[in-house]
Design a protein around this ligand. Sequence first.
Ligand code: B12
Length: 320
Amino acid sequence: MNQIKSNIIAKAFQIGLSDIKFTSSNIEESTKINLQNWINSNYNVNMQYIANNVDKRLNPSIILENCKSVIVCALNYFPGNHPTIDNGNKLVGKISRYAQNIDYHFVLLDKIKLLEEYIKQIIPNIKTRSYVDTGHILEKYFAQQSGIGWQGKHSLIISQKYGSYIFLGVILTDYEFEVDAPILDKCGTCQRCIVACPTNALVKPKVLDANKCIAYWTVEAKPEENIPEIIKENNSEWLFGCDICQEVCPYNKVLKEKTHIIEFINENNFYSNLIDMIEMSPENFNLKYKKSPIKRRKLSGLKLNAANLIEHFNKAKESD
Ligand code: B12
């Protein structure tokens, strides 16, 4: 490995990133077809921004002229597992692990920006652009190509060391780095994530239909979008996000070490009281979730999520 690349890797770990790998900006023909098929099947629901920017997703040079390499960064966010509670009489909903505390877009992008500055110092005239989610970039594809992990059947990237509870970020560059190799897909014949999804959102290995994904409806949907019955009937516990397909994954079940990023931990936020949520004022919402990913769903959306869970609990009680 050349000196420049090893200096960048050393800096990345010094900044606190969990992993860093390098890959080419080229996108394989099969992925181009898969992405187009995914959109043609309307698996993107109302995420129109994905359909509208396919050209950018399939050609990073539209975003950064003459883009040659993609540096992929990963940050472990595993905050531990939800403690078991006796919620027989308590109306609470689960908050997904990724949303326990401060929004990862800020935390990871801050680290990546530090790395980007360093790269600019050691490679004069290099052009770069960094993204965590916000760009029209197939982050999982580049993470898989670079060997950060393989793409599991739940469609998320699984790192051999950290499982799938990692965030991804990328630095596009017009500099040609020596590339790293993909790693072996180690899902084998395991189907646990596909089987565990209560709404059958994983329609094929690696293919998620977001129409049926609890995470889509509890995080991403606009409050004015009507939550479909399949979600209301089968989501019995998730107030914001959903980790079911990740929880059953054998590579996550063995995780013991929590993330060292304190911004991702908040022991008091694994569950949220549903009545408190329904009664929450806009002032309290803004105060409590100022820097949290939770504010993405807006207060009115969260109240709908809470109301649906309460309805679900009541129906379950009636049929007991
Ligand atoms: C849109 C989006 C969503 C959508 C759609 C999810 C999805 N699977 O695409 C929704 C809102 C549902 C969502 C949910 C979640 N998300 Co999200 N999301 C994104 C986002 C912004 C874009 C993803 C994207 O491009 N999807 C488009 C589809 C087409 O991509 P794909 O799934 O890789 O599709 C490929 C395969 O389907 C394959 N394929 C298609 N057909 C076929 C056929 C065959 C035969 C084969 C082999 C392959 C194949 O080719 C496609 C193209 O490469 C990324 C950030 C980014 N810019 O990449 C974060 C991202 C993927 N999300 C992330 C997270 C953490 C989550 C949640 C875990 C949050 C939560 N706990 O609630 C859930 C997980 C749900 C799940 N199982 O995917 C992380 C994942 C990190 C990781 N370890 O991989 C990302 C990378 C954000 C980040 N920067 O860290 N998310």
